[in-house]
Design a protein around this ligand. Sequence first.
Ligand code: PLP
Length: 495
Amino acid sequence: MGSPKIFIQGKALLDKIRADFMGLDTFYENAHGEKTKRIYLDSTASSLMLRPAAKIMAEFMDHYSNTHSKLHHSAHISTAAYDWAHQRVLSFVGADPDLYTCFFTGAGTTSGINRMARVLRDVNPGKNTAIISIMEHHSNDLPHRKHMENVFHIPVESLDQNRMCISLPKLEEVLKDYAGRVNYVSITAVSNVTGIINPIHDIARLAHKYGALIMVDGAQSVAHLPTKMFFADDPDACIDALVFSGHKTYTPGSPGVVVARKDHLLSIEPEEVGGGMVERVLEDHYQVKDHFPDREEAGTQNIPGAVALAATLEILDRIGMNLLVEEEDQIMARALEGMKKIPELIVYGGTDLKSCPRAASISFNVKGLEHGIVAALLNDYFNIAVRNQCFCAHPYVKEMMAEDLEKEFGIIDFGNMSPEFMRKAGMVRVSFGLYSRFEDVDALITALKDIILNIDKYALEYEINAENDFEHLTYHLDHKNIFNIPGAVDKYFDN
Ligand SMILES: Cc1ncc(COP(=O)(O)O)c(C=O)c1O
């Protein structure tokens, strides 16, 4: 008998897969007419796909079938893989499978938060208030406004302290004032604007102390930080519901994910009804399954996407999330150090990672420049993909830019849709994934210095187009020529 095979893990696995993402070798011609490799610094919007997950999904497709079918071989294989995907999520987020279930939703976090807002509203109909913070993505704000009667926005800590994470004293004040009426607190674990990390377990303790539940928007945390929802010896620190997106967890094309407590879900009829979640349907009544996750997953789900996501989570776990944190901290530290040395930059949020822990995202502006021109120049001349504007987080961006905007526009009103205001009210965001390298950061810093030095020359090359975006006067990459679906079909059959 041979010794059991030891599979690669930890740092060795990280080193092996770090370059194995789809889209790391994408070349575009820049405004100088040179073909260069794209540097992808927009991972907070959507991260690149881990190639092994894509390959594992392709292997699974040979056995793909609907999991509602029962007896043929492929149905057995698909059902087992899909079941395993749920278990994989639960263990990845440290949720006790006896107490929690996982179910997949639409395309991302948004559908999961909408769903859970409705669920928690119905679980505790007497409590009509939700507490969120001003640093939330609109997807962790508008669903609560729509489904709950009252929503409070907790401010962030003072600008002076430069921390910009949720103010715990203010949260406690509101919880106390509205004790008995607060259904849940819903908070992002990591800001999609600054990358600032919120103390979600301290927030959970406060929520529970005042009889409220805690939901965490994990869209920006699950791929970057270890997640633990359940503590047997510290029930107050437990998270009642967690929602995240596969496409921000290195698996585009995979579903959104909800992890929630079974007792909450069991106390109401599932929000979504249809095939797959019922035992029996008669003309005058139907009997809902009590088995999870079936009762929460009406209709045929995104089975291949769930399988791919589970493969990604398995790989991340084999690397170890603590190791990923160490590696990503080095990237963040290098970026923040480099940016701090450029006096023309305003970096939002604290830049010392010890006093202000952050993950993955950094938003900034170049003094005197509109965010749009900086993002356009980074793209057109340096092939660096970044995001600009307000990142679906208007209240938080407004808070951080208030002083500067007030100086220029007087009383600021984010309802102001004038083109001038829109071009000023926003930031540039760079964001990283586990494939990001020091070279990417260094290229960004070099590019920013070049832009600042040569802005007068560069500015002559741009006009503002009908969409209020900066557009180069002569450089227009023909995107349709690079990829279009019928062209790709033609190419596929051209042999
Ligand atoms: C913190 C946060 N929450 C929610 C969302 C919405 O995620 P999705 O687009 O996957 O629905 C995002 C997307 O950027 C986000 O960053």
